[in-house]
Design a protein around this ligand. Structure first.
Ligand code: FAD
Length: 417
């Protein structure tokens, strides 16, 4: 193999790290780009000093200090200048980076669904709350409720407990029969995951776990004071300081779209070698479909091999198949249920950047018409939060991504040639 091939990778989560390690070990050069100051992505947030997962440490040991490895941290890809040139903002500088082979490992973000009071200070996404706590937000002795659906609720509750918070309740929308079927699915094919889930549950056993329940409203004055939850026994109010409300994840596809890679079913389309619809762009991890860390690691490796024209080994494919089967089980169990639409009342704000309530959106037929009439999705986040919420509530698809894909400084933008 030509050892001097250069692979550009966007995203230094598990998928990006696995792709980078595979490429370096195969003799290629690697340029790894990520907007965070430290590698690790969402699950290994906080950087190498804080990692407890040996897989992350092993990969970073291969990469860090390697003469063929360049790490562009704190560098946000805000779009592309042309088909083969990325535009980055580093500090307030605009930098263009040309690539021949690109692997997109851009991860996912949380699906936030609107309910009365979700814009109060103290209410965040479940993963958002976890990220704030990991970044040092003090929660010692404070009351936390975690609500929504999916395994991230348990991970967030565990993080909050470790940081000294009192978790008043975990509110899971899925009913027990569906959760039991998930457990049986893990028993049949994913025993390690079953063991991980069981030990997490054991650590959280003293916390009320309300299956088949949903948020009615977050209430407070200048900040959150309580969460009202609909349970089988009627509405119950939980006094709390923080509510982490998460309803699953949505793949980050903006950069793929800007690069004209095809997307389908809410994820970047890839073939068996993780190649996108473009011959020189591959994708791996959550951005090709939600499946967790094992899928990200397996796909990152296969994407790098594909990008270098190499074939996966006999051990790679069963891993990939198992991780995709887990992803399918996750999707079957935790896909947000249509009943969650009832959380959003006519007066509930849907676009928090532009203060657009649900009642103003209802008369419109699609995203574009609603955008023109109400300014939904036209604020600072450019529809990153309300776009997926409107897709869930009204079935609207967002139109194509526009550059810059993230808020960027005028100075960086002015450097586009
Ligand atoms: C908020 C949140 C918290 C999570 N917490 C957990 C958890 O505790 N446990 C768990 O098992 N799973 C967690 N997950 C699920 C997690 O997504 C996967 O387990 C795993 O991290 C996926 O790896 P990945 O490499 O595909 O993506 P990620 O880990 O998300 O990595 C993607 C990386 O790409 C970077 N990136 C994206 N776009 C750009 C751009 N335009 N320019 C520069 N950099 C870019 C991101 O900043 C990020 O560092 C969480 C997900 C989210 C969204």
């Amino acid at each position: 193999m030509n050892g001097r091939k250069l692979l550009h990778i966007v995203g230094s989560g598990p998928a990006g790290l696995a792709a980078a390690q595979t490429a370096l070990e195969a003799g290629a050069k690697v340029c790894l780009i990520d907007d965070h100051p430290a590698p690790g992505g969402q699950i290994w947030r906080g950087g190498p000093d804080r990692w407890t997962d040996r897989r992350a440490t092993r990969m970073w040991k291969t990469l860090h200090g390697h003469p063929d490895f360049t790490h562009m941290s704190g560098a946000q890809v805000i779009g592309c200048v042309d088909a083969n040139t990325l535009l980055l903002e580093t500090g307030e500088q605009g930098v263009s980076v040309a690539f021949e082979r690109l692997v997109l490992c851009s991860g996912a973000r949380e699906l936030s669904l609107p309910f009365p009071g979700w814009t109060l200070p103290g209410v965040t996404g479940a993963g958002g709350l976890q990220a704030l706590i990991k970044a040092g937000m003090p929660v010692q002795g404070r009351a936390v409720v975690v609500a929504g659906t999916g395994p991230l609720l348990l991970a967030t509750a565990a993080t909050a407990i470790r940081a000294g918070a009192h978790v008043a309740a975990i509110v899971e929308h899925q009913p027990w029969p569906r959760l039991s079927a998930f457990g049986l699915g893990l028993l049949a094919r994913h025993r390690t995951k079953l063991w991980q889930a069981a030990s997490l549950f054991a650590r959280l056993r003293t916390i009320p776990y309300l299956a088949g329940a949903r948020i009615v409203a977050a209430q407070g004055d200048d900040r959150l004071r309580r969460v009202v939850v609909a349970t089988r026994d009627g509405n119950v109010a939980y006094p709390c300081d923080f509510l982490g409300a998460g309803f699953g994840l949505v793949p980050n596809m903006d950069l793929a779209r800007a690069l004209r890679c095809a997307t389908a079913d809410g994820a970047i389309m890839v073939d068996g070698a993780q190649k996108t619809s473009r011959a020189d762009v591959w994708a791996a991890g959550e951005c090709t479909g939600i499946g967790g860390v094992d899928k990200a690691l397996a796909e990152g490796r296969i994407a790098a091999l594909g990008a270098l024209g190499l074939t996966p080994s006999a051990r790679d494919l069963p891993r990939l198949r198992a991780s995709r089967a887990f992803a399918a089980l996750l999707a079957r169990t935790f896909a947000p249920d249509a009943a969650l639409k009832t959380m959003c009342r006519p007066e509930t704000i849907v676009c928090r950047c532009e203060d657009v309530p649900a009642a103003s959106l209802l008369p419109h037929r699609d995203w574009r018409e609603a955008k023109l009439a109400t300014r939904v999705g036209m604020g600072a986040c450019q529809g990153k939060t309300c776009g997926p919420a409107c897709a869930f509530l009204y079935g609207w698809q967002q139109a194509d991504t526009r550059i810059p894909i993230m808020p960027a400084s005028a100075r960086a933008l002015s450097q586009i040639e």
